[in-house]
Design a protein around this ligand. Structure first.
Ligand SMILES: [Zn+2]
Length: 425
């Protein structure tokens, strides 16, 4: 009897000990958590278990977790969602042209806090499935795509100029077949005077039941930008490269044109898509100062933009801090808002039960100068730097070595793999 009781107590004790050990796999402790979806902006601890968000509260004890990372002084956010990047980089032949020279997703995502990316039309309906099998399905980064209305996507600039190869029914068929990763339709770089590229993309979007993202290509008198956003696009459609130099944002008095607010009232969305030639301070500063914030902050990441003024998501976000936006607004437009725009509300937020995609940034105070894509400069006092990225519960970027232990505590043979031996002379 006593033996049984003791065994029971022992068992209870063991279970308690085990649950204490395994309650959480990872805790990020002491950061300022900004989670726009849940309206959170306060100091909290974030706990992760089995790849999912397990708790968000103050005072999580170190003893409750297998691993605790001290993120005091950092801003903890959901993983960033960059909805305008170029990733069709499988071979020299398949890589996209048109200023959109693709990169591989994992090469650039985690080091900048990005855990989900959307390729913006690098592949068209003729080569989308190659893109899916060679890139999308192989990446650790969660990758989505807009399919280009042009058959060969951005293979060359020339293939985007042929309306006869823009096939709405083919795009819609693929969008349905690959509904788990396709989030919409793209048209880009069109140079002709007609609306045909936009109209065919919208037709594909209608058939697929998905939004359209428009890179307006060459701005021409025959098809004014105001008409694109007030007449041609539907609610939920996205105008990217919003601050490109030829887009008219303010009148001679510096006042925001009313067609922009009309377009926004209709539900048309404005994406930054900074890129290598699509971000002019001359447009962005007055827009932001007059309260017209972008719906989504995105990079238009490619080999041209990443080594120029754009650089990465944290730099692009810092530009909006410089223009006077609050950090929480910048984070919202880099996480939850773009997730909504591509209709993937399961990411990126810190709700308990959600996949644990998390980033932590240092806000570096200083005198920073930021460039636009047209040689303009603008100064700011804060700059974001990604120090930690977690993808599905796993630390995938650790700039400040938080996830390690002092090597002197790891024993005399740490790092030696099973079957290996240190053969001393
Ligand atoms: Zn692009």
């Amino acid at each position: 009897m006593i033996g049984a009781m003791r065994a029971g107590l022992l068992l209870t004790g063991m279970v308690m000990m085990m649950s204490a050990q395994t309650r959480y796999d990872l805790v990020l402790k002491g950061g300022r958590v900004i989670d726009p979806k849940n309206g959170i902006d306060e100091m909290m601890d974030l706990a992760i278990k089995d790849g999912k968000i397990a708790a968000l509260r103050t005072g999580i004890e170190a003893s409750e977790a297998s691993r605790v990372l001290d993120v005091w002084g950092l801003v903890v956010t959901p993983g960033l969602v960059d909805i305008h990047v170029h990733l069709f980089s499988t071979t020299g032949v398949a890589g996209a042209w048109a200023g959109d020279n693709s990169v591989r997703p994992d090469d650039f995502s985690f080091r900048t806090g990005v855990t989900a990316m959307t390729d913006a039309g690098s592949a068209g309906w003729r080569n989308f499935e190659t893109f899916r099998h060679t890139v999308i399905d192989r990446a650790q980064t969660r990758v989505f795509a807009f399919i280009n209305i042009a058959g060969l996507g951005m293979l060359t600039n020339i293939v985007e100029q042929h309306p006869e190869d823009m096939k709405p029914d083919e795009v819609a068929r693929l969008a349905k077949k690959h509904g788990d990763v396709v989030v919409g339709v793209k048209t880009a770089h069109f140079e002709g005077p007609s609306w045909v590229a936009v109209e065919k993309a919208v037709e594909a979007g209608r058939l697929a039941g998905k939004p359209v993202m428009v890179d307006f290509g060459y701005f021409r008198r025959e098809r004014p930008y105001w008409q694109l956003v007030t007449e041609k696009l539907r609610p939920g459609d996205i105008s990217t490269h919003a601050y490109r130099a030829p887009a008219p944002w303010v009148d001679e008095q510096g006042k925001l044109y009313s067609y922009l607010t009309d377009a926004r009232k209709r539900g048309v969305l404005f994406d930054v898509g900074h890129g290598g030639g699509s971000f002019a301070w001359r447009n962005a500063v007055p827009a932001v100062k007059q309260g017209f914030y972008p719906d989504s902050i995105s990079t238009d990441l490619h080999t041209g933009s990443m080594n120029a003024a754009m650089m990465d998501m944290p730099t692009t976000m810092s530009k909006f801090l410089a223009m006077g936006m609050e950090l929480r607004d910048v984070v919202e437009r880099s996480t939850w808002r773009p997730a909504q725009m591509i209709h993937h509300e399961e990411l990126e937020h810190l709700t308990v039960g959600a996949e644990a995609n998390v980033a932590a940034f240092r806000v570096m105070d200083g005198d920073w100068t930021f460039l636009d894509t047209d040689e303009g400069a603008y100064s700011g006092k804060q700059r974001l730097m990604c120090e930690l990225t977690v993808r599905a519960g796993k630390v995938v970027w650790d700039w400040n070595g938080r996830s390690g232990l002092d090597y002197r505590t790891l024993g005399p043979e740490y790092g030696v793999r099973p079957g290996e031996a240190i053969v001393r002379p």
